[in-house]
Design a binder for this molecule. Structure first.
Ligand SMILES: NC(=O)c1ccc[n+]([C@@H]2O[C@H](COP(=O)([O-])OP(=O)(O)OC[C@H]3O[C@@H](n4cnc5c(N)ncnc54)[C@H](O)[C@@H]3O)[C@@H](O)[C@H]2O)c1
Length: 247
């Protein structure tokens, strides 16, 4: 695949899987993440480059994306996977938590998408893929602030798909479910009873296998397709890659 791609959040989980999958298909990738050591390791193993970037720092985002574009000699696609999970009852959400999850999960993609725009405009088949979550589409008890941040990035992506179509840019949003560091942290906070109930829920709710997916085998190939010209007639779509959870 002859594509130049920036992957934001490429140090871990599905972002790291996207770096590997895109590289395997022949794309040139620059991976960005705030986690420097891990990000560098993933990118180097895939034969790609890495730059440190905190997606909440506007100046840094714009300068690092310009630097990535220079390294790649242009940008065809931006994949934004960076995000955090925030759990807790809706009635306890405070201003600080709300601001933090919105800053990383909603303002972050807005900044990276805007910063990539001048570079994406120069191509003729450019694309953006932003990661949201099934919590943007259905109720997510004990995660209302997280769900709101993912609802924001979902709505943002749908609207830029229309506004930026005039520049030949496609924009889609992915709702994954995958066994990653984020999920492991989430499971680690559960007691045995909660864990058993959660596993039972997955068995009932996920027709394909009753569990979370694998970042490399189940999520990254879909992103690689979305970056490819095979997806040239797809934009503004909610793409759930979750084994059928919530259908
Ligand atoms: N794993 C799942 O089942 C699942 C489900 C729904 C949605 N998602 C979404 O998919 C995306 C990837 O999740 P994951 O499971 O791979 O998580 P992960 O924790 O494994 O990876 C997230 C990455 O984002 C980076 N990051 C966080 N804050 C950052 C910041 N301010 N600046 C730069 N980088 C930052 C982290 O360093 C990390 O490398 C996230 O947006 C997440 O909300 C994941």
């Amino acid at each position: 695949m002859d594509k130049k791609v920036i992957v934001v959040g490429g140090a871990s989980g599905v972002g790291a899987a996207c770096v590997r999958s895109l590289a395997k298909e022949g794309a040139a990738v620059v991976s960005l993440d705030r986690s420097e050591e891990q990000g560098l390791g993933v990118a180097e193993q895939a034969g790609q480059r890495f730059l440190t970037c905190d997606v909440t720092d506007r100046d840094q985002v714009f300068s690092v994306i310009d630097e990535a574009a220079d390294l790649l000699g242009g940008v065809d696609s931006l994949v934004h996977a960076a995000g955090i999970l925030l759990q807790g009852p809706a009635e306890d959400v405070n201003d600080e938590d709300w601001a933090r999850v919105m800053d990383i999960n909603a303002r972050g993609p807005m900044l990276t998408n805007q910063a990539a725009l001048p570079h994406l405009k120069k191509g003729d088949r450019s694309s953006i893929a932003n990661f949201a979550s099934s919590s943007a589409l259905t109720a997510y008890p004990n995660g209302a602030a997280y769900a709101a941040s993912k609802g924001a990035v979902t709505a943002w992506t749908r609207t830029i798909a229309v506004e930026w179509a005039r520049y030949g840019i496609r924009a889609n949003v992915i709702h994954p479910s995958a066994r990653t560091a984020m999920l492991e942290d989430h499971l680690a906070k559960m007691n045995d009873e909660e864990l058993a109930a959660y596993k039972e829920l997955l068995l009932q709710k996920v027709p394909l296998g009753g569990e979370f997916g694998d970042p490399d085998r189940d999520i990254a190939p879909v992103i690689t397709f979305l970056v490819s010209d095979g997806a040239r007639f797809m934009t503004g779509q909610n793409i759930a890659v979750n084994g059928g959870y919530y259908i």
